[in-house]
Ligand binder design. Structure first.
Ligand SMILES: C[S@@+](CC[C@H](N)C(=O)[O-])C[C@H]1O[C@@H](n2cnc3c(N)ncnc32)[C@H](O)[C@@H]1O
Length: 235
């Protein structure tokens, strides 16, 4: 676990037991709790092609936001601690696959009034949540909402930093996605990728890093992130 995180916490509030569901790798099951609907055990089985097919089936529905992006999330994944070393005031940054937007809000604090966060997602329901959240927290002027499509992220801006938190395993064409992200970043920019251990095995994650190297990235760091496998890529 990330230091300062909720070591010993076994159950996320609001989670329900669903019959046939399975358990996050590395998380203990407390009595009567702690599983997500539809989550598969990360057992590393299958060929690379089979794992790729499984990845295609995993697009997180908006109904799961309250499970993974509730009040506990910024305690478990502290934006300032995780992204602070790479994000400065005035930067233009991307939160791709932003979901409910906990990280977009954290990034908006870090870039300050002169900076810009692009919160991007495939699903309009997710973007509506982020828009509402930005308005309610007084950060709307520095958060731009961007809808991606099935063919790509499709940005015009050049980026200083990009984040993909628990998102890349849902991307259908990984090579195309990484090439696009590499193209968006300015030289010296960083791309922070965190993947959930529950869906992404060590082998999957090593494949991801290899694909990122082929796209031109170098590995700047392998940070410890709770419940995740993480890498900071450098352009
Ligand atoms: C598991 S959620 C994670 C949300 C958020 N980053 C978090 O950590 O709470 C994954 C998100 O990625 C989005 N997503 C999946 N594939 C995408 C793609 N190709 N482009 C943009 N967003 C995508 C999904 O719609 C979903 O909101």
């Amino acid at each position: 676990m990330e230091s300062g995180a909720m070591e010993g916490v076994r159950v996320m509030e609001g989670m329900k037991v669903v019959e046939g569901a399975s358990v996050m790798e590395g998380v203990k099951v407390a009595e009567g709790a702690n599983v997500m609907e539809g989550v598969k055990v990360a057992d590393g089985s299958g060929t690379r092609e089979e794992r790729a097919v499984a990845r295609e089936r995993l697009v997180c529905p908006p109904g799961h936001v309250r499970v993974m992006d509730n009040f506990l999330r910024p305690l478990l994944h502290r934006p300032r601690k995780l992204f602070g070393p790479y994000v400065r005031e005035g930067m233009t940054v991307l939160d791709v696959g932003c979901g409910g937007g906990f990280a977009s809000m954290g990034l908006a604090e870090l870039v300050g009034e002169g900076g810009r966060v692009i919160a991007a997602d495939l699903q309009p329901e997710m973007l509506a949540m982020v828009k509402k959240r930005a308005r309610e927290t007084g950060l709307a002027d520095r958060v731009r909402i961007h809808r991606c499509n099935a063919y790509g992220v499709g940005l015009r801006e050049r980026l200083d930093f990009a984040l993909a938190f628990w998102m890349v395993h849902e991307v259908v064409d990984l090579e195309a996605f990484l090439a696009e992200m590499y193209g968006f970043l300015r030289p010296g920019g960083h791309f922070f990728v965190a993947e959930p251990r529950v869906h992404v095995t060590r082998a999957d994650f090593e494949d991801l890093i290899e694909a990122a190297r082929r796209a031109g990235f170098t590995v700047a760091d392998l940070p410890r992130v709770s419940l995740s496998r993480a890498v900071v890529l450098s352009r």
